[in-house]
Design a protein around this ligand. Structure first.
Ligand code: ATP
Length: 634
C-alpha cells in the first residue's frame, strides 16, 4: 500500500459512535434482509445444492399421495398393486435420503456463513481506528462477534431454505390439490389465507423484539467487561452488588424481549395450527358431502386429505422460516454496523473481502490472496525489516489537535524538532499534552492542523504498518496481554535470536524473573499480566519495545512501580539505547530528565521551552518548580 492510500484509508476525524444500533424500523428490516443476503452470497452454491436436494425430496414426498391413490384404485379394481407399492416405497426412501442430504448441506453452509462473519468481524475490529474504539463498548463488540453470529448460524440458511422450500412446495401442493378438486381447494384456501394475514402482521414484530434482545445481550457484555476489567477495584470497594445490578437489568431486558419475540412466534404458530385443524374439519365436511353427492370419489377425498396433511407442516415451516428470517436479519444488521466502522488500512478491506471466500487455514488464506502478503506474512517481513535501520528524527510543525470535533484543543500550534539519536524528555504538568505527542506520532489520531514528521516525512505519508513497525512504544499503563512471557515479548512478530533475547532480558532485568520461574519464558502471566508485579509488567513492556529494534522509542514513563535498583538499571538501558536510537520519554522522574540530551517543557498544550536541565533550571520558572516539586526523585 502506498503512503497516499494510507492517508485516504483513514477518515479525517473521530467517527461518530455507531456500535449501538439505531432502533429498528422498516428501513432497518430492509437493510437487515440485504445484510443477511450479503452473508449468504458466498455460500450460494452450497445453499442452492441443499435447497435443490431438499426440494427434490419434497417433490418425491408430494408424489407419494398420488402413488398411494394409485395403490388404492388398483386394489379397489382387484388389480395387482405390486408395481405401485414398489414405486411408493422408492419414493419414501429417496425422498427421505434427499431431505437428509439437503439438511446436511444447509448445516455446512450455515457453519461457513458464521465462520466467515466471525473472521470478518474480528479482522475489522482489530483494525478499527483508535477513536472509533473509544466511542464503542468492547463488551458490545464482543457480543456481536459471539452471540449475533451464532444467531446467523441458527437461522440463516435454514430460514432461507424453509421459506423457499415452504413456498414452492406449498404452491405445488395447492396446484395438485386444485387438480384433484377445485371446490375443496377453494374451501382450503379461504381458511389458509388467514395465516398469510397473521404472518404479515407478526413478522416485523418478531424482528424488532429480536433486535432488542440482542441489544440487551450486548449490554450484558458491556457490564461484564466493565466489572472484570477492574475486578480488584470492584471487590475492594464492595461494588459487586452494584455491578451485578447492571448485569441483572440487562439479563432481565433480554428475557423480557426474548419472551416478547416468543409470544409473537407463538401467535403465528398457533394461527397456523388452528388453520390446519379448521381446514381439515371443513374439508372433511364439504368433501364428505361431495362424495355422498357423487361429485368426487372416496380415493380423491383421501388423496386430497393426504395433501392437506402434507401441506400442514409446510405452512408451519413457512411461518417459522419467515420468523427466523427476522431473527437472522436482526443479527445481520448488528454485524453490519461493526463492518461500517472506520478501519485504518484500505488493504484490510481487501483482505477481509478475500477472507470471506476462504475457509480456515493459513494456506487457504494465502491462496485467497493470490500469494499476496497476509497480516502473518507482513509481520514476518516486518521482523526482517527491523534489522540495521537508521534512527529517525521527529518534528512537529504547528500541530493543533482536539480529541473530538468541538472538544477543547489539547495541542495549540505545537512545534519542535528532535534530531535522530539521543534522549529527549517531555515534562509538564498533568494534562499538558505530553502523551498526546506520542499518540500523534503513532497516528492513533491525526492532527486537525499542522504536520507531524518522522524521518523528514509526514506520518500520513508513511504506510501505517511500516510506521508502527519503526516505533517501539511503551504506554504509561503498560498493557501485558494474557498468555506467556514469550507471547508478550514477541508480540510485534519479530523472532529474536537467543543472543538478542538474552541481551534484552538482561538489560531490563527480566532474566532474574525468568530464572525464578520454573517455566521460564513459558510462564503464564495471567489476565492482563495480573500475575506479574507492576514493575515486572513495566519491564516486560520495555523489553518488548526493545526487541523490535525500533528506529524510534517512545516511552511513557510510569509515575511509580520501579524500585531504585531496577530504576537505575533501566535508566542505563535507556541511555544506552539512545546512543543509536531516537528515544522520547514522557518523564516523571528527575533522574530521567537530568540524563536527557534535551528537555521539552509543555504546558496546557503548548511548548513552553526546550533545553537541557541546567539550562532550563536557570531560565524556566515552571521547569524549576516541576524539578523541585513534581518530578519524582529516582
Ligand atoms: N482519548 C482521549 N479522549 C479525550 N480526551 C483525552 C484523551 N486522552 C487524553 N485526553 C485529554 O487530553 C489532555 C492531554 O492528555 P495527555 O494524556 O496528553 O496529558 P499528559 O500531559 O500526558 O498528562 P499526564 O502527565 O497526566 O499523563 C487531557 O486533558 C486529557 O484529559
Amino acid at each position: 500500500m502506498t503512503g497516499a492510500s494510507a492517508v485516504e484509508a483513514t477518515g479525517d476525524g473521530p467517527a461518530a459512535p455507531k456500535a449501538h444500533p439505531a432502533p429498528g424500523g422498516t428501513g432497518a428490516a430492509r437493510s437487515g434482509h440485504r445484510a443477511l443476503v450479503g452473508h449468504l452470497r458466498p455460500q450460494r452454491a452450497r445453499i442452492t445444492a441443499g435447497l435443490v436436494a431438499g426440494l427434490v425430496g419434497s417433490v418425491l414426498g408430494l408424489a407419494q399421495p398420488l402413488a398411494a391413490k394409485r395403490v388404492m384404485d388398483d386394489m379397489g379394481q382387484g388389480q395387482p398393486a405390486a408395481g405401485p407399492v414398489v414405486v411408493l416405497s422408492l419414493l419414501v426412501v429417496a425422498g427421505a435420503l434427499l431431505a437428509g442430504l439437503g439438511h446436511y448441506l444447509l448445516q455446512c453452509s450455515a457453519e461457513s456463513v458464521v465462520c466467515a462473519a466471525r473472521r470478518r468481524l474480528v479482522d475489522r475490529i482489530l483494525r478499527l481506528r483508535v477513536p472509533v474504539v473509544e466511542d464503542t463498548e468492547p463488551g458490545d463488540l464482543i457480543a456481536r462477534v459471539t452471540s449475533d453470529t451464532t444467531l446467523l448460524r441458527q437461522t440463516a440458511p435454514q430460514a432461507v431454505s424453509a421459506a423457499v422450500t415452504g413456498t414452492l412446495v406449498t404452491v405445488a401442493t395447492v396446484v395438485l390439490m386444485g387438480l384433484l378438486d377445485a371446490v375443496l381447494l377453494c374451501v382450503t384456501l379461504a381458511v389458509v389465507a388467514f395465516v398469510g394475514v397473521v404472518v404479515a402482521l407478526v413478522a416485523p414484530r418478531i424482528g424488532r423484539a429480536t433486535r432488542r434482545t440482542q441489544e440487551a445481550v450486548g449490554r450484558i457484555g458491556v457490564a461484564l467487561e466493565r466489572a472484570l476489567g477492574a475486578f480488584r477495584t470492584v471487590k475492594a470497594f464492595g461494588a459487586e452488588h452494584r455491578e451485578a445490578e447492571a448485569l441483572h437489568r440487562a439479563a432481565e431486558e433480554a428475557r423480557r424481549t426474548g419472551v416478547h419475540a416468543a409470544g409473537w412466534e407463538a401467535v403465528s404458530a398457533t394461527a397456523s395450527a388452528v388453520v390446519v385443524q379448521v381446514s381439515f374439519l371443513v374439508v372433511l365436511g364439504v368433501g364428505g358431502a361431495r362424495v355422498a353427492s357423487g361429485a368426487i370419489g372416496v380415493s380423491t377425498l383421501v388423496a386430497f386429505l393426504l395433501y392437506l396433511f402434507a401441506l400442514a407442516p409446510r405452512i408451519g415451516q413457512l411461518v417459522e422460516g419467515v420468523g427466523q428470517l427476522q431473527v437472522g436479519s436482526a443479527a445481520a444488521v448488528r454485524i453490519e454496523q461493526v463492518e461500517e466502522l472506520d478501519v485504518e488500512y484500505a488493504e484490510h478491506v481487501e483482505h477481509t473481502k478475500n477472507a470471506e471466500h476462504t475457509e480456515q487455514g493459513g494456506g487457504a488464506e494465502r491462496a485467497a490472496h493470490g500469494g499476496r502478503r497476509t497480516p502473518t506474512t507482513r509481520r514476518a517481513a516486518r521482523g526482517g525489516e527491523t534489522a540495521g535501520r537508521a534512527p529517525l528524527d521527529v518534528a512537529f510543525h504547528r500541530v493543533s489537535f482536539a480529541y473530538r470535533p468541538g472538544a477543547p484543543r489539547v495541542h495549540h500550534e505545537v512545534s519542535f524538532t528532535l534530531p535522530a539519536r539521543g534522549l529527549t524528555a517531555f515534562v509538564g504538568p498533568s494534562g499538558a499534552g505530553k502523551t498526546t505527542v506520542f499518540s500523534l506520532v503513532e497516528r492513533f489520531y491525526d492532527p486537525d492542523s499542522g504536520r507531524v514528521l518522522l524521518g523528514g516525512k509526514d506520518v500520513r505519508q508513511w504506510p501505517l504498518d511500516r510506521l508502527r513497525a519503526s516505533i517501539g512504544y511503551v504506554e504509561q499503563d503498560v498493557p501485558v496481554l494474557a498468555g506467556t512471557l514469550r507471547d508478550n515479548l514477541t508480540l510485534g512478530g519479530a523472532v529474536p535470536s537467543g543472543e538478542e533475547l538474552a541481551r534484552v532480558l538482561r538489560l531490563t532485568r527480566l532474566d532474574e524473573v525468568i530464572d525464578r520461574s520454573p517455566r521460564g519464558l513459558d510462564t503464564d502471566v495471567g489476565h492482563r499480566g495480573g500475575r506479574l508485579s507492576g514493575g515486572e509488567r513495566q519491564r516486560v513492556a520495555i523489553a518488548r519495545a526493545l526487541l523490535r529494534r525500533p528506529m524510534l522509542l517512545l516511552l511513557d514513563e510510569a509515575t511509580s512501580q520501579l524500585d531504585a535498583v531496577n530504576e537505575a538499571a533501566l535508566r542505563d538501558t535507556i541511555t544506552e539505547t539512545a546512543r543509536d536510537t531516537t528515544v522520547l520519554v514522557v518523564a516523571h522522574r528527575l533522574s530521567t530528565v537530568t540524563t536527557a540530551d534535551r528537555i521539552v517543557v509543555m504546558e496546557a498544550g503548548r511548548v513552553r521551552a526546550v533545553g537541557t536541565h541546567t539550562d532550563l533550571m536557570a531560565r524556566d520558572a515552571l521547569y524549576g518548580e516541576l524539578a523541585s516539586t513534581q518530578l519524582l526523585d529516582g
